[in-house]
Design a protein around this ligand. Structure first.
Ligand code: GLC
Length: 441
């Protein structure tokens, strides 16, 4: 069992080791580029000991954002799942696979859960608190203010992209067009919708199996379908209208919907604070619409929100941790009792798929293992809604795991063993921002 001091040192070293001068790798080898939602969580970690570096992570991430001049402009505001600042041959599909060679900074052509306004608001609060506590640190607040003034219009554009391109009919529920967009790549919730995708016939070489045992990674047929969806996207010239209409995969993911909802709520608050009243009003309208629409994703069986196959209209009645971010999103039902039951069923926090579900697999990607940043989002959301004890139970479970095992990509919920990539950035950041006893969130 490592002490908090040791763990804090290792967490900081982990971020420094993975630092590529402006962006942080999730881990070396397995993920050699900048990932979208990893960057947001990782910035929280940097914020606890090097605020300038935290803001830099965000500048670098948004340097890859698509604008009005990219691919006809219809994707203005798009922020990619992966930004390829440098080449690497340890990952598939790498920079040459997505059809984005014409970009100055190449990116993938799908997005990831848009948690940024929330992360930025938390960073802003931290900067304000620090400068109030110690007046000599006032420049930190000035830096934060200047960075936010630059970033806010970009984040607003990003939210507009989600609502405009992924919910063109204004239903209040955005869709995603690739399982990797959800960040929960291989969740059993996608088994039904992805079975409609024709596997690619083109040859390619996977690289993930060079880093991690096959028992923990998705099977070949899943990859064949992922490649097929990636190629479909570029064959459409990234035209969002065509993709929305014709993509063989279209899902209302409760994870993205919850994270976007919370982010829009935080964006409203930031816009109000920074004098952007019109954008605040615009985002509030989206929040109000989603608040009502999300009730159609309630599962009586599992007593939580779930996802839906937007092509067939069928509810994907699978209990995953994505549906437990209800308190975080401020939805009508906060799911606290359901979270409580999940915690009774496993020893080490919240698994990605409920352990009593028939498709639960403790080792395989997003089919059972625990991801710490998800625990953090669920717990912070519960605490915000007044479920302080329950939130602390999740935090303590996570603390035990990290003190025993260090900073892995994910953990086996049946025995706590650390799995996947090692020296993992967002796990270390989660420790620094949320678990470390002096963390001032
Ligand atoms: C995997 C995860 C995804 C994450 C990425 C980098 O693809 O499923 O959520 O962003 O790794 O950590």
């Amino acid at each position: 069992m490592q002490s908090h001091e040791q763990l804090q040192t290792v967490a900081r070293e982990t971020l420094r080791k993975n630092d590529r001068g402006g962006y942080t790798l999730p881990t070396q080898g397995l993920y050699p580029f900048q990932w979208n939602w990893d960057a947001g969580i990782t910035a929280l970690g940097w914020m606890t000991f090097d605020p300038a570096r935290a803001w830099r992570e965000y500048e670098t991430l948004f340097s890859g954002q698509w604008g009005p001049d990219h691919f006809g402009g219809a994707n203005d505001g798009f922020l990619a799942q992966i930004t390829f600042h440098q080449d690497s041959d340890t990952y598939f599909p790498g920079p040459d696979q997505w059809g984005t060679d014409s970009l100055a900074i190449r990116t993938s052509s799908i997005s990831q859960p848009p948690l940024h306004a929330t992360m930025l608001r938390w960073m802003w609060k931290q900067a304000v608190r620090t400068s109030e506590r110690d007046k000599t640190l006032a420049p930190q607040r000035d830096m934060a203010e200047a960075c936010l003034q630059d970033l806010l219009p970009k984040v607003i554009a990003h939210h507009r992209w989600w609502y405009r391109c992924r919910d063109p009919q204004g239903t209040g529920l955005v869709v995603n067009i690739h399982p990797w967009e959800t960040g929960m790549d291989n969740s059993p919730a996608w088994d039904d919708p992805q079975s409609a995708v024709l596997p690619t016939q083109r040859p390619y070489v996977r690289k993930d199996l060079n880093h991690v045992d096959a028992s923990m990674r998705p099977p070949k047929v899943f990859y064949d379908r992922m490649v097929s969806l990636m190629d479909f996207n570029s064959a459409c010239g990234f035209d969002p209208k065509r993709i929305f209409a014709e993509c063989p995969y279209r899902v209302n993911d409760i994870g993205i919907i919850s994270i976007l909802q919370r982010s829009s709520i935080d964006l409203v608050a930031l816009c109000q604070e920074f004098g952007l009243q019109d954008s605040a009003t615009e985002m509030q309208q989206h929040v109000d619409r989603t608040q009502v629409a999300v009730e159609s994703l309630w599962s009586e069986r599992w007593q939580q929100y779930v996802s839906r196959n937007a092509r067939t209209g069928a509810l994907l009645d699978v209990p995953t941790s994505a549906g437990l971010m209800a308190a975080y999103a401020g939805f009508q039902k906060d799911c606290a009792d359901t979270v409580d039951s999940w915690l009774d069923e496993t020893l080490y926090g919240i698994p990605s798929t409920r352990s009593t579900y028939i498709g639960f697999e403790p080792l395989r990607y997003w089919r059972g293992p625990i991801w710490q940043h998800i625990n953090m989002l669920i717990a912070v959301g519960l605490a915000d809604q007044g479920h302080v004890e329950l939130a602390d139970r999740i935090r303590v479970d996570s603390e035990i795991l990290l003190r025993q095992q260090g900073f892995h990509e994910y953990y086996d919920p049946t025995n706590g063993r650390g799995l996947g990539g090692g020296e993992f950035s967002w796990t270390a950041a989660t420790y620094l921002y949320w678990i470390e006893p002096n963390a001032s969130r």
